[in-house]
Design a protein around this ligand. Structure first.
Ligand code: GDP
Ligand code: MG
Length: 442
């Protein structure tokens, strides 16, 4: 598996302090193979690897993670981003009925999906109507009626014995029926062919124009792998769609199609189907799919744990220094600040702490940009300078100012205020007041 191979690759990397070009190369090769094995389309893999390389090069060296873990973390984050980050919800119409049209090749799972959606919508308090606009095959209407019955949802279908029906007319009539019978969501099932077909696209486009859907869902079988991209592009061009549904994820497909389709069409996967039963269905979760594609759920958990442990260790270290009277250094200050900032804006964090009411004015005056500058200045210092700012002579100060894009007077100001804070820290330990930390305004 990918995990075994990565573990082998990473053996040699462990313990190194920073991400080297060679580390990135070795890891990129493994990630490429993993994505290809997950059936991600080749052009998407190429672009993806390039983006990961770029980010890995610019990444700050993490103290919690080894280089390998750090690259995996970047890969995972990039995957989640391409998959849309957050779950994309159905956009319901302001004036019901909301119209959801299904499009895709024959056998993709549209008719089954219609039933799944109906059941899901009912669970959300909606009153859906299913529409049989697939009049291509004799038993397509019956199949939708069976599904509708299982979902306990009415199906609008052409009158039997009316010869070959016109799906556009059926769709239009269904809209009147839905308004009349107070259905607030209409799900339109359409015909598919075995391959991409101009006539079929035209029919779908005509149905689209007749019902003006709020959502057009492109339904695609995860098992078709690399072909998903070609099919998706054809449907995007021929009919257009607003979201994607990935079906048959209960098979052994690793879900690379989700990544390819999302990347190439810019449309998010909204739902995932994983079985023939109507309940084998869920909204799509980008983070879960990223783990599935990488096949590395466990590794990701380990990475999270490593980061949490590291944070906890740093907190303990600071608490220990504080209680033993050891000096709080600029290094401590920096890591403290970085951790706090991970949680959100400073004013928000302080605003949530109990007993901070008396410092309201200072809290409101916290300037996040000044914090950025402070952080930049400390980053430009050497470890020795951070431990002992007394060694900061004129030339060191101007080097720091240049390195951080600030000015010598800003550096002077930081050093002076940090000295005061340190002094106050000592006073506080012996029962004094809260220190005015540098970066928090004067
Ligand atoms: P349509 O031609 O797009 O309407 O596709 P259907 O809904 O008729 O589905 C084609 C076949 O795939 C049927 O046998 C379904 O039972 C099956 N199917 C649909 N969705 C899934 C799924 O998520 N998992 C599995 N294993 N089979 C599915
Ligand atoms: Mg069908």
């Amino acid at each position: 598996t990918l995990q075994d191979r990565l573990t082998a690759t990473f053996k040699g990397l462990r313990g190194k302090g920073r991400l080297s070009e060679a580390d990135i190369d070795a890891t990129a090769r493994e990630i490429r193979v993993a994505l290809l094995e997950a059936d991600v389309a080749l052009p998407v893999v190429r672009e993806f690897i390039a983006a990961v390389r770029e980010r890995a090069r610019g990444a700050e060296v993490s103290q919690a993670l080894n280089p390998a873990q750090q690259i995996i973390k970047i890969v995972n984050e990039e995957l989640v981003t391409i998959l849309g980050g957050e779950t994309r919800r159905v956009r319901f119409a302001k004036n019901p009925p909301t119209v959801i049209m299904l499009a895709g090749l024959q056998g993709a799972g549209k008719t089954t999906l219609a039933g799944k959606l109906a059941l899901w919508l009912k669970g959300q308090g909606h009153a859906p109507l299913l529409v049989a606009a697939d009049l291509q095959r004799p038993n397509a209407v019956t199949q939708l009626q069976v599904v509708g019955e299982r979902a306990g949802t009415p199906v609008f279908a052409p009158e039997p014995g009316n010869g070959v029906g016109d799906p556009v007319r059926v769709a239009r009539q269904a809209m009147d029926f839905a308004r009349d019978k107070q259905h607030d969501v209409v799900v339109v099932d359409t015909a598919g062919r075995l391959g991409i077909d101009a006539e079929l696209m035209q029919q779908a486009a005509d149905i689209r124009d007749a019902v003006q859907p709020d959502e057009i869902l492109f339904v695609v079988d995860a098992m078709i792998g690399q072909d998903a991209v070609v099919t998706a592009e054809a449907f995007l061009e021929g009919v257009g769609f607003t979201g994607v549904v990935l079906t048959k994820l209960d098979g052994d497909a690793r879900g690379g199609a989700a990544l390819s389709v999302a990347k190439v069409t810019g449309r998010q996967v909204m739902f995932a189907s994983n079985g023939e039963k109507l309940t084998d269905f869920d909204v799509f979760h980008p983070d879960r799919m990223a783990s599935r594609i990488l096949d590395m759920g466990d590794v990701l958990t380990l990475i999270e744990q490593a980061e949490r442990t590291f944070d906890a260790q740093q907190q303990e270290e600071i608490a220990r220094k504080f209680s033993t009277g050891e000096d709080f250094t600029l290094e401590d200050f920096m890591s403290q600040m970085q951790q706090l900032r991970k949680m959100g804006s400073m004013s928000k964090i302080f605003g949530m702490l109990p007993g901070m009411g008396q410092f309201r004015e200072q809290i409101e005056n916290i300037d996040e940009r000044e914090l950025d500058r402070t952080q930049a200045m400390i980053s430009s210092m050497t470890p020795a300078e951070r431990r002992d700012p007394k060694i900061l002579n004129g030339s060191r100060r101007s080097r720091i100012a240049r390195g951080s894009g600030t000015s010598v007077s800003a550096v002077n100001d930081l050093v002076e205020r940090f000295g005061q804070a340190q002094q106050m820290m000592r006073t506080m330990r012996s029962g004094g007041a809260i220190p005015g930390m540098p970066g928090f305004g004067k």
